[in-house]
Design a protein around this ligand. Structure first.
Ligand code: ADP
Length: 217
């Protein structure tokens, strides 16, 4: 059976969650107290309901305790978001994930039992800062049949990691051909080799497999 997810609160964040979960063929129940919001989401989501998630009876009637993850994306009211989290945990929902507005909100959510707290603005700010140090892909050279030759520059994030840490030598769909360090091209590569800032990894193989590996770094 597919994973079952519920999303409570259909603002910008909740709507994006529902859209992506639907796209991934997950079963999603979208909930909002505001009928207009539910009508918008109903255009792409098959299970949509108008309900007040702070109401214990509603939570029981909807059987939310049986869902794999219930996500609370109520950002505008601290009180409602905290109360909803509490009601869901008391109803026995195993995984309650909650969007927090700030660190104070996040702290209270953890205290009332939230299993995961997401702070989109904070997380995104950190990710953008990291990407500013990240000069990853230099370029692709298309070789045809989805094959590419590409370069990847080691930034701060991967400095001092070994090749074994990056799981690079066991790849089957692409290969690390060499590492360019300064003026030297190293082509005898072992898992214990440490990477240094500015090293250039030269990779060749299936473009999608390389992209998947890059996304994980
Ligand atoms: P975003 O910041 O992601 O745009 P908003 O804070 O604007 O999110 O949206 C929160 C949503 O949560 C609103 O659509 C609001 O109607 C909904 N909401 C607020 N209280 C409840 C509740 N008790 N039960 C269900 N949904 C609620």
């Amino acid at each position: 059976m597919n994973n079952q997810f519920a999303v409570i609160g259909l603002g910008l964040f909740g709507t994006a969650l529902c859209e992506e979960l639907e796209r991934q063929d997950a079963e999603v129940l979208a909930i909002d107290i505001d009928e207009l919001r539910t009508r918008q989401v109903a255009t792409f989501c098959s299970h949509v309901i108008v309900a007040d998630a702070t109401d214990e009876n509603t939570v029981a009637e909807l059987g939310l305790a049986d869902f794999d993850i219930v996500f609370v994306a109520i950002g505008d009211s601290l009180e409602t978001s905290i109360l909803t989290t509490l009601v869901l945990k008391e109803a026995g929902v195993k995984k309650v994930w909650v969007k927090a507005r700030d660190k104070f909100h996040a702290k209270i959510l953890k205290k009332v039992g939230a299993d995961k707290v997401i702070n989109p603005e904070w997380d995104m700010g950190r990710r953008v800062a990291q990407s500013m140090f990240d000069t990853r892909l230099v370029d692709y050279l298309e070789l045809g049949h989805d094959m590419v030759l590409t370069e990847f520059v080691i930034g701060l994030q991967l400095n001092s990691r070994t090749l074994a840490d990056l799981n690079l030598l066991q790849q089957t769909e692409f290969q690390l051909l060499a590492i360019k360090r300064g003026q030297v091209l190293h082509n005898v590569l072992t898992g214990t080799m440490d990477l240094a800032l500015g090293d250039i990894l030269i990779l060749a193989g299936n473009k999608h497999a390389i992209d998947r590996w890059l996304d994980k770094q």
